[in-house]
Design a binder for this molecule. Sequence first.
Ligand code: MTE
Ligand code: MO
Length: 535
Amino acid sequence: MGAEQGPHNVISARGHPLCRSLRTPHVLTPSRTDLRHASYGVVSTLLGMGAAHLLAGLTVPAASPVLAVGSTVIDLTPTPLKEWAIRTFGSADKIVLVGSVVVVVLLLAALTGVLAGRRPTAGLIALVGLAAVAGALAATRPAAGPLDLLPALLAAAVGATALWWLTRLDDRATDGPPDGAGGPSRRGVVLATGGLAAGAVALGGLGRWAASYRLGGTDVTLPEATGPAPAFPRGLEERVPGITPLRTPTRDFYRVDTRLSLPVVDVDEWTLTIDGDVDQEVTLTFADLAAMGVVERDITLTCVSNPVGGPYVGGARWLGVPLRDVLDKAGISRTRADQILSTDVDGMTISTPLRVALDGRDSLIAIGMNGEPLPRENGFPARMVVPGLYGFVSACKWISRMTLTTYDDELAYWTERDWVTDAPIKLSSRIDTPRPLSDQAPGKVVIGGIAWAQGVGIGRVEVRVDGGAWQRAELGPEVDDDYWRQWFLEWDAQPGQHFLACRAVDKDGQVQTPVRTTPFPSGSTGVHEIAVNVS
Ligand SMILES: Nc1nc2c(c(=O)[nH]1)N[C@H]1C(S)=C(S)[C@@H](COP(=O)(O)O)O[C@H]1N2
Ligand SMILES: [Mo]
């Protein structure tokens, strides 16, 4: 990739008569040489990264240098910057992040190459140093093992060898055809560089494929629910085109987590341990869980990072074991714990206030979603779901341990980053249709969307046009109080620009506040207001 930019042209341009005459001034010669060597640094680093990505794909995907560095950057990113990235780039935030990491790494790699051109040993040491940083980061991830060092070691070995080889080829290269002394032609060096670049891309691609291939299927047999949810009502989708479907199709369900690669979980080896301040520590297999008696619940999950009007909210039918039943296996009647510290298969932690989770709401260890096993993205093989709490304090995906402990003794990932510990989902609503800034024909326009008040239920939804009086919208079918509610209102649109706003009122009469707050530290508030053009 990197080798296709500037350096190639510069190298081949050297045969051009004009360029040849430019070769003499000493100021220009070093910079051209530097550019060539920079390309060697970039290509060698890419090749090392590609080889490491493949090895990681075959062993521990998250130990890939790119992913290890990326994950560390995610963890170290200050909360306001993270908020900004999610706001600005949405779900593409990780692509932007990995892209930025790669750009920085390749800049460093280019410098390494330049250094190697001048002082070969120093250049090689710098390249090994780059790989060592990645190795250190991979090996210090929460659930890292000794295997996690291997990809970085391989990156160092492959990268340094390639750099040494290219630097040496360049040294011996001649401007004409290969000379009698065995020196390669300039063209030969360019070809070698291009070949290694292609190799890097191929290795990296193979690594990606290996990782996803190893993820395998998620086909487990789900048990029948002893407490099946009632028949799911028909939503307003047909009546109100453009409205959020009453049940989010699984593939469209939002995804929010700190991961760059999906964890590889073999369900036959997976276990869930309950420990900490319990009567006795227990470890359950997937079969143990599935045999415990599962219930089915319709619950709307929401992310604390969802801005007003944002997309990080979804409604699904979850199949799972009541959380209390799972904790009772370990015995918690005498516990002094105030939090459940959940740990995922890779050591990520999420804490949930114990009393809230067990206050009678339908908290689950979920193993199914919309009639299927959990998708990889949403926590296969098991996750926590607690209605009414934002996901970051409740919905631990790929859960492998629940430790009964206290906030004084242990801090979870987001608690360390100053988010609140008890985070009830805020009463909110969103306009789905018409789309912001869309053009509408005058006459009947249907304004529609969704509203949620988990735990209490939506009492009514109101719509305001151009700052006028709040008008009551018509509600869609009710699923349950933990589930969102669709709504719509017919509006007689007159030509001009108009502002449309909505607000929810819960069944207790609490009105959604117009006061705007950011998602940090306990969830955004404010009403969703959009502009549309009628002409
Ligand atoms: N292991 C793990 N679980 C996690 C997270 C995470 O980063 N790691 N993110 C949480 C957050 S912030 C939310 S909002 C929900 C999102 O669940 P979803 O991706 O299935 O929509 O998962 C929660 N569970
Ligand atoms: Mo979240």
